[in-house]
Write a protein that binds this ligand. Structure first.
Ligand SMILES: [Zn+2]
Ligand SMILES: [Zn+2]
Ligand SMILES: [Zn+2]
Ligand SMILES: [Zn+2]
Length: 307
């Protein structure tokens, strides 16, 4: 196949301009590459074009003669060596001498490098296959990743549902928590009040304890006083008892004395009665005597004055 390239005629060479149709292959419609001259009709054709036509057809593509042959055309190469061709790669567009064009086609990065559809970096054609293997790996990986992504999406969906239910639970728990917190605050208030009461009661209790111990001390003192009093009373009563015993003995003694005296009195009574009777008798005697005396006096009134 020929060179599919534009001719550089910036030098405005008339020969170059005039012969530009003569250097084009009528099979590939490009500028000759390795031009051959057909023996049958002196026409020119690229070496590769000749080989491909020869395989498919028996007749010359230009003059239709059978069993056509061709030879390398030194003359056409000399003509072509006057030409400069632009590199067909837009990024290069270098003006290259015809004799160097085949080499340029092999080495021009713009022609021989291809951007990777994935990473967009430019690679030499020979390396591109390897890179493309990488790319296949990437595709496989991407497919695996896509599968993973799908799995993850389904997982994500279920997780989202879980999350929604959890957030609902969370809301409920938060509500419960606030409720409990309020209750706790209420209870804390109660506890504070109770502890206040307890403190007051403790104070009262300690006050009462103090009083009780004070009273106990007082009671103890009182008890001691009473004990002392009791002891003194007991000793007193013992004294009384001794006195009583003494009195009793004295009483019995006195009783005996009284008995004795009663007896004496009795005796004296009888004595008195006897004496009274004696006295009466004496009195009677006195009266008798007095009467006798009176009578005697009356009898001796003259003598009365002598007494
Ligand atoms: Zn021919
Ligand atoms: Zn050709
Ligand atoms: Zn180039
Ligand atoms: Zn790449």
């Amino acid at each position: 196949m020929g060179f599919d390239a534009e001719i550089d005629n910036s030098e405005r060479n008339s020969v170059v301009e005039n012969l530009k149709d003569e250097i084009q292959c009528s099979i590939c419609c490009s500028i000759f590459e390795e031009p051959m001259k057909l023996d049958c009709c002196d026409g020119h054709i690229c070496k590769k074009c000749f080989e491909s036509v020869k395989k498919k057809f028996q007749n010359c593509p230009l003059c239709r003669k059978a069993n056509f042959t061709a030879k390398f055309s030194r003359l056409m190469v000399t003509v072509l060596s006057q030409y400069k061709l632009f590199c067909p790669a837009e990024e290069c567009n270098e003006s290259v001498l015809y004799v160097n064009f085949a080499q340029h086609k092999k080495t021009c990065p713009a022609l021989n490098k291809k951007p990777c559809p994935s990473c967009k970096k430019l690679y030499w054609h020979k390396d591109f296959a390897d890179h493309f293997l990488c790319f296949e790996d990437i595709i496989k990986k991407a497919q695996a990743d896509q599968k993973k992504l799908k799995d993850l999406e389904t997982k994500n969906k279920s997780l989202k549902q879980s999350k929604e239910s959890l957030s609902q639970n969370n809301k409920n728990l938060i509500a419960l928590k606030t409720e409990h917190e309020n209750k706790i605050a209420e209870l804390e208030q109660f506890i504070a009040e109770d502890s206040k009461k307890i403190k007051n009661q403790k104070n009262n209790l300690s006050f009462l304890n103090k009083k009780i111990s004070e009273n106990a001390q007082k009671e103890q003192k009182k008890q001691k006083v009473w004990e002392n009093k009791l002891n003194s009373a007991i000793s007193e009563s013992q004294k009384f008892l001794q006195q009583a015993e003494y009195n009793e003995s004295r009483y019995s003694m006195l009783h005996a004395i009284v008995h004795e005296m009663t007896d004496k009195a009795e005796r004296m009574k009888s004595d008195k009665a006897f004496l009274e009777s004696e006295l009466n008798a004496a009195n009677n005697e006195i009266i008798n005597l007095t009467e006798k005396l009176m009578a005697n006096q009356n009898k001796s009134s003259g003598f009365f004055g002598l007494f």
